[in-house]
Design a binder for this molecule. Structure first.
Ligand SMILES: Nc1ncnc2c1ncn2[C@@H]1O[C@H](COP(=O)(O)OP(=O)(O)OP(=O)(O)O)[C@@H](O)[C@H]1O
Ligand SMILES: [Mg+2]
Length: 359
């Protein structure tokens, strides 16, 4: 719809310009060149300024110059053939008028182009501002919602603890193999799962400020790899570590950073149900420590990529969808960054960067 309106306006302007040029040219060609008409020709010549200025105003520099060329094309035969003789010697002022058309085209075109660019810039800035305002409002609503749900989640944990306690007492009353024992075990398992979701949510909704201490990122990565070693091997995954030598320490909360690497490694393992390669690498890049985790797993589709860090976004049956949201929050608290690239059925690479000396 919009493009149709634009086209219509464009053609309308071109038609007005064409009509202007044709009318002024007709005046020139049908008016004689006798002495009594000289005054009229003086006026007609200047009438060509109208389409040139209009074109410059509507289409900028290109419009001004193109119109000056078209006008010259219509005007020149009149000078040569109707006024006769050498147009360079006999009628220099008339010929110089063509130079003037071009000067007017260039100057007004340039000025109007500047104006157009400034307007476009202002429009763009207004758009960006409106977007930022909307994001701020959205963040405000999310924050209010987050506080409310964090309060509810916190309250849910208390009765959950009582249910779990009661279920554990009940499970003591039955022997393994009893039907009731099995039910109570399911009850305890589901309560534990619910509790884990709530703990994850509270971690996300009410993030603790990081306790920054001078930490060695490689040590943190190695401790998480040790923790997950068993799971990695069991899944048939080969692990390759290429940790940079003598990396400077960074100010980080080791517990929170362990959570970051744990979430990323577990995601990578879950993305490679039939085994694969996991490469963990770290290096220094000017004032940052950069760590990358690359897997050869199922990858992430383009549609999924926008939602990856959104809380509760998960493609897994038992996932909470909070892992990456928490990772993002933690890195934000460390003034760090996380990025990823992924190709479906090829694999995914997460890149984390932490500033050196961020206290
Ligand atoms: N390495 C990866 N390869 C492929 N997909 C991934 C990878 N890491 C994350 N994802 C996708 O991003 C989604 C969100 O990940 P996130 O860690 O936030 O939640 P989750 O793993 O689904 O659940 P949870 O971490 O709570 O168990 C995942 O469900 C998965 O679809
Ligand atoms: Mg996860």
């Amino acid at each position: 719809m919009i493009s149709k309106t634009v086209d219509y306006k464009y053609y309308w302007k071109i038609t007005v310009l064409a009509l202007c040029i044709i009318c002024v040219s007709l005046f020139h060609y049908i008016t004689g060149t006798e002495h009594k008409y000289h005054g009229l020709h003086e006026i007609y010549r200047r009438l060509y300024y109208v389409p040139i200025i209009l074109s410059a105003f509507w289409f900028g520099l290109k419009g001004g110059i193109s119109c000056a060329i078209v006008v010259s094309f219509f005007y020149l035969p009149h000078v040569i053939f109707q006024w006769g003789g050498s147009f360079l010697t006999n009628d220099l002022p008339k010929t110089l008028e063509i130079v003037l058309y071009h000067i007017i085209g260039v100057v007004t075109g340039f000025l109007s182009q500047e104006q157009m660019n400034a307007t476009a810039k202002l429009r763009h800035q207004a758009g960006v501002l409106a977007q930022a305002e909307e994001q701020l409002r959205h963040a405000d609503r999310l924050s209010a919602l987050g506080k409310l749900s964090a309060g509810i989640a916190h309250e849910v944990r208390n009765p959950l603890a009582s249910i779990k306690g009661t279920a554990e007492i009940l499970s003591d009353k039955f022997k393994p193999g009893d039907k009731e024992y099995e039910f109570v075990e399911i009850l305890i398992k589901e309560v534990n799962r619910l509790d884990a979701v709530i703990v994850g949510f509270l971690d996300f909704a009410k993030p603790k400020p990081p306790k920054l201490t001078l930490s060695n990122i490689n040590d943190i990565i190695l401790s998480v790899l040790k923790l997950t070693e068993h799971q990695i091997e069991r899944s048939g995954i080969n692990i390759e570590t290429r940790l940079g030598d003598n990396l400077p320490s960074v100010y980080a909360d080791p517990e929170q950073m362990k959570q970051v690497f744990l979430n990323l490694i577990i995601n990578a393992v879950q993305a490679m149900p039939d085994g694969g390669e996991l490469e963990v690498e770290s290096h220094r890049n000017s004032s940052e420590i950069v760590c990358t985790l690359s897997d050869t797993g199922i990858g992430i589709s383009n549609e999924q990529q926008n939602d990856l860090f959104t809380p509760f976004y998960t493609s897994k049956k038992d996932g909470t969808g909070l892992g990456l949201a928490i990772v993002y929050r933690i890195l934000e608290g460390h003034k760090g960054e996380i990025k990823f690239t992924s190709e479906e059925n090829k694999g995914t690479r997460f890149t984390i960067s932490l500033p050196i000396g961020n206290l």
